[in-house]
Design a protein around this ligand. Structure first.
Ligand code: T4K
Length: 369
């Protein structure tokens, strides 16, 4: 039986490093609710991400959901369907209507040329996704948001550590959400963060993540429980020490993939974006079956027989989810439909060996007809 190659594998610090980091919890007995490690991680992240404010959360989804609540958005929110369930769910669970904008065919982020035609007098915000760590057209989004007085919350779940024109990616927009899930470039087991400029927003969202409690006798908003605990924060403190090396290793993995697959007819790989310092979060390929000879699903299934577990991130599109009972029309987002039917996200993690990358690529090439 061949070794399983999964789509990703969590990066972890050395066992002793983590144990050392958590050992004082047995003295303090302070395990959650904005403890010491939580504060250390928030401050370290502020520096690393080069942002004014960071608020930590139990996971990225709750961070996004509560960011939307704290913004007091109303009516409609423009977003994309080529994303994880979380983005759309966070909008709908806040009682808002997602209005789906198509993506562009180059980097799969929101097609900024189509945003303005979707704005109505009910639109209150844009929630674009830096999908795979690709940077949205932040300048054009900023222009549109200012013109129509809209808020911008970036789903930056994939974009930890990404820089654009020398600035941290979270410098753009009103708020950015990062996911620190086990599968991400930087993880806190489960976890997430919001970065923002407005300190009033910070006060609101910090209360919302702790049930809306203002003080021992005043609860002034209907919040949730979305606090990061001390074991998560300790994992973050450790992993942050190694994140630079993590990203460098991922870069090497991606370069190997590019070398193997870069000139295979019928396979499109992402091109580097101008002015972007990437984080090498994902390696999606788009398979044009008419040229390649096999469909995405055929490749996906063949890889499985070889114990290689790629993923169809992001298929199905969120605007076609069963839970929405046909409420949205996917014909409105044809590029997203096209990419979603053909995209395959290949195994990628820091310690993925060149031998295993070659095994994955050779298996893909075997499907070429
Ligand atoms: N916005 C966007 C655009 C997102 O992509 C996400 C999350 C969010 C928002 C919400 O952020 P969080 O609330 O999750 O912080 C995974 C992740 O669970 C999810 O975080 C991520 N996006 C999504 C793209 O991928 P699944 O259902 O595919 O995960 P799963 O359990 O199938 O794991 C995939 C592979 O990862 C496994 O085959 C092996 C590896 N793995 C997994 C786990 C759980 C590990 O190595 N260690 C682990 O602990 O969603």
């Amino acid at each position: 039986m061949k070794e399983k190659i999964l789509v990703t594998r969590s990066s972890m610090p050395d066992f002793d490093e983590y144990i050392d980091e958590i050992s004082d919890l047995w003295e303090t007995h302070w395990l959650t609710n904005m403890g010491e490690k939580h504060c250390i991680l928030e401050n370290t992240l502020k520096e690393y991400l080069n942002v004014e404010n960071v608020s930590l959360f139990s996971n990225g989804h709750m961070a996004l959901e509560l960011a939307i609540q704290a913004m007091n958005l109303t009516g409609e929110v423009i977003t994309t369907p080529f994303t994880f369930a979380s983005t759309t769910h966070a909008i709908v669970r806040n009682g808002l209507t997602p209005v789906f904008c198509d993506i562009n065919a180059e980097d799969y982020t929101i097609d900024v040329t189509k945003i303005e035609s979707l704005i109505t007098d009910k639109t209150s915000a844009i929630i674009p996704v830096h999908v795979y760590g690709n940077v949205c057209n932040v300048e054009e989004i900023d222009r549109i948001a200012k013109k129509y007085d809209l808020k911008v919350i970036y789903d930056a779940a994939h974009a930890f550590g990404v820089k654009y024109k020398g600035k941290g990616i979270a410098e753009y927009g009103d708020v950015s959400m990062f996911s620190f899930h086990a599968t991400k470039v930087f993880n806190t087991i489960e976890g997430g963060a919001l970065c923002f400029k407005n300190p009033e927003f910070g006060k609101r969202v910090n209360r919302l993540k702790n049930f809306g409690i203002r003080d021992e006798e005043v609860v002034d908003s209907i919040g949730a429980n979305a606090k990061m605990n001390e074991f998560q924060a300790a994992m973050g403190i450790c992993n942050l020490r190694h994140v630079h090396a993590e990203i460098e290793k991922r870069k090497k993995v991606i370069n190997r993939y590019k070398k193997n697959l870069g000139d295979v007819l019928g396979i499109t790989i992402l091109q580097p974006q101008d002015h972007v310092q990437a984080n090498y979060a994902y390696f999606p390929i788009v398979i044009d079956d008419k040229i390649f000879g096999s469909t995405r699903n055929e490749v996906y299934n063949y890889l499985k027989t070889q114990n290689i577990f790629s993923r169809k991130y992001f298929y199905p599109l969120t605007n076609s989810f069963d839970c929405f009972h046909g409420q949205f029309d996917t014909n409105q987002t044809p590029i997203a439909v096209y990419i979603s039917k053909r995209v395959l996200t290949l195994p990628l993690y820091a310690d993925l060996s060149f031998d295993n990358i070659d095994i994955v690529c050779n298996a893909i090439k075997k499907c070429q007809k």
